[in-house]
Design a protein around this ligand. Structure first.
Ligand code: 3PG
Ligand code: CO
Length: 554
């Protein structure tokens, strides 16, 4: 007797326009020169923080609060938006893969059995992000996968690596490649022909998202499948070291390279009869390659040669599209998200961001589901991102355009919820450019103001929060919190997310008197936000949702 109908909230009215603003990569940290949010001029966010204390608080955005394996795992946009939208904490990809590897079940499932059929005659190719960032993939999982596959009959293995420097320190790629090379040489000692075959930086090769720039995926395809790249090396450690010597080179943007044998031939193109595993567990940056590997009809770039392969993803990346068809580990089943409930209860929704974060407030928000639940009640608007640039060059990104779309949606009276993601703090923070990140934070703050002004005009409510930290701390710190210096005495820039909590603020003329944050959910996290927003729309949340952060006192 399941019902989508939500009970009325006993005290809160329906029909208010609510702006839900997610500042991407906007955590709370102590003020110093590496806290770009502190350094930046951010009057709007400051006024929320310094306003009524019962309308601003911090929530947890990392580790187990968002379904990650440990408290050492920084937050990220996938798990953050999943929690915000779903109102519950689901064991996420990283954790599901860990368990499947620990129990050995990964090697007994349908996906593995499928690729295993190629082990006798073909090569097993593993493609993915090589780091211990834990956001898209993890090196220790790749090591276990290699070990397990080789013990189960894979005789020829090729790795196609993507260097990170975004979820981990820039320059750390060399160490990860060395670790992998050690493992591969041990496999070779056991008679297995195992080698790195190609590589490139994650932001320049393969890992684009939301179809922002297919050229990125094509560069990867050429190296991985066709065995063609502008740079050829005999070994991958040397490749990474040499390519990093170019002026301005960094791990994120290394050009594509292939490894060649003594005769100059690439050692591992993907050919008919091979097996391929994309070992990232996170979807957004693997979906495009998965389409190129799996779809017969495909016109996003010229694939030149389409090998007949057995392909499996580490996870299934898109449940609606069933992409890819085969996978090693089942993804979290995130159902009954707040978006789906609200649409069933008459809440008309507008969601918007620019391309690089568009799927965050739609696909991730809705539990890794593409598209609307009910197109007659929802409108999702994507503002095209600049492509082919690093965002420190355009730190304002499309914040203003997103804010204007949100403002117009609010003023139109056609929507009850207007939801946006403002990418600046995160996307510019990932470049490690501190000055640009300060500009980014100011731009995001101005965008918030535009949206809050519109809420003021229509007598609505706002909920301003973030998905995880990034811009509030741009330096690697030692245990005591002081900046950590490298061997040459330079500070190490932190391009990654952080373990910091994020703010949440509520307000606006439509907020009923007496609404305030409860004080009895001190360890509240992002998953508590969905019930909170449902309350503000005038509904009680489903009983299995994480509890609301607000109460109404009269
Ligand atoms: C990326 O994919 O850009 C980073 O690895 C994570 O950033 P996001 O979780 O903020 O998207
Ligand atoms: Co990020």
């Amino acid at each position: 007797d399941f019902s989508w109908k939500l009970p009325d909230h006993p005290k809160l009215p329906k029909g208010k326009t609510i702006a839900v603003i997610v500042l991407d990569g906007w955590g709370e940290a102590s003020p110093d020169q590496y806290n770009c949010i502190h350094v930046a001029d951010t009057p709007t966010m400051d006024s929320l923080k310094n306003g009524a204390p019962e309308k601003w608080r911090l929530v947890r955005a990392h580790g187990t609060a968002v379904g990650l394996p440990t408290e050492d795992d920084m937050g990220n946009s996938e798990v953050g938006h999943n929690a915000l939208g779903a109102g519950r904490i689901f064991a996420q990809g990283a954790k599901l893969v860990d368990s499947a590897l620990a129990s050995g079940k990964i090697f007994e499932g349908e996906g593995f059995n499928y690729i295993k059929e190629s082990f006798e005659q073909g090569t097993l190719h593993l493609i993915g992000l090589l780091s211990d960032g834990g956001v898209h993939s993890r090196l220790d999982q790749v090591q276990l996968l290699l070990k397990g596959a080789s013990e189960r009959g894979a005789k020829r293995i090729r790795l196609h690596i993507l260097t990170d420097g975004r979820d981990v320190l820039d320059g750390s790629s060399i160490g990860f490649v060395e670790t992998l090379e050690n493992d591969l040489s041990e496999l070779r000692n056991k008679g297995i022909d195992a080698q790195i075959a190609s590589g490139g930086g994650r932001m320049y090769v393969t890992m684009d998202r939301y179809e922002n720039d297919w050229g990125v995926v094509k560069r990867g395809w050429d190296a991985q499948v066709l065995g063609e790249a502008p740079y050829k090396f005999r070994n991958a450690v040397e490749a990474v070291k040499e390519l990093r010597k170019e002026p301005k080179a960094n791990d994120q943007y290394l050009p594509p390279f292939v490894i060649v044998d003594e005769s100059g031939k690439s050692v591992g193109p993907i050919v008919d009869g091979d097996a391929v595993v994309t070992f990232n567990f996170r979807a957004d940056r693997m979906t495009m390659l998965a389409k190129a590997l799996e779809y017969e009809d495909f016109d996003n770039f010229d694939r030149v040669r389409v090998p007949k392969i057995k392909y499996a993803g580490m996870l299934q990346y898109d449940g609606e599209l069933k992409l890819p068809t085969r996978y090693l580990v089942s993804p979290p089943e995130i159902e009954r998200t707040s978006g789906e409930y609200l649409v069933h209860n008459g809440v008309r929704t507008f969601a918007c961001s620019e391309t690089v974060k568009f799927g965050h407030v739609t696909f991730f928000w809705n539990g890794n589901r593409s598209g609307c639940f009910n197109p007659s009640m929802e409108e999702y608007v994507e503002v095209p991102s600049d492509s082919g640039i690093t965002f420190n060059v355009q730190p304002k990104m499309k914040a203003l355009e997103i804010a204007e779309k949100a403002r117009d949606a609010i003023l139109s009276g056609k929507f009850d919820q207007v939801r946006v993601n403002l990418p600046n703090g995160d996307m510019v923070g990932h470049t490690g450019d501190i000055e640009a990140t300060v500009v980014a934070c100011k731009a995001a703050d101005e965008a918030v103001k535009t949206i809050l002004d519109a809420i003021e005009k229509v007598g609505g409510i706002y909920v301003v929060t973030a998905d995880h930290g990034n811009a509030e701390d741009m330096v690697k710190r030692n245990k005591s919190g002081a900046p950590q210096l490298d061997k040459s005495g330079n500070i190490q820039i932190l391009t990654s997310h952080t373990l910091q909590p994020v703010p949440i603020a509520i307000g606006g003329p439509g907020l009923a008197p007496g609404v305030r944050f409860r004080t009895d959910v001190p360890s509240g996290g992002l998953a508590n936000v969905a019930a909170t927003v449902m309350n503000l729309h005038g509904f009680e949340a489903p009983s299995d949702y994480e509890t609301t952060l607000i109460e109404v006192v009269n």
